[in-house]
Design a protein around this ligand. Sequence first.
Ligand code: SF4
Ligand code: SF4
Length: 121
Amino acid sequence: MTLDALTLSCRPGCGACCTAPSISSAIPGMPDGKPAGVPCIQLMPDLRCAIFGDPRRPAVCGGLQPSAEMCGPDRSHAIRWLTELEAATAPATASATAPGSAPATALATPPVTARAALPAR
Ligand code: SF4
Ligand code: SF4
């Protein structure tokens, strides 16, 4: 186990995971989920989750774990990293795929996979 895995926890006041990625499952107040780049309606002004511990919180929110690669030194790094991940894993669409180009590869699982470790969220 690396030192990161032992010590890394969610940075207070970040909220990048609740903003940059899209979420396809229903969220209270956002029944169709949320698009990428839009803050979750449950994200409070202090950037904590208003429904942490509530069974209505999407399961995907409990899957994303902090990592040095994703979280980086600050929120802007995390937003950029997650935005790039979102773009890399988004399903190909007619408008996003140039004629003759290979379609993007979509992941079978949502790109956001780690929020259980987020403090009080
Ligand atoms: S897990 Fe990392 S990127 Fe996500 S909200 Fe926490 S500090 Fe930000
Ligand atoms: S952890 Fe809470 S605020 Fe963040 S995306 Fe999930 S429901 Fe929304």
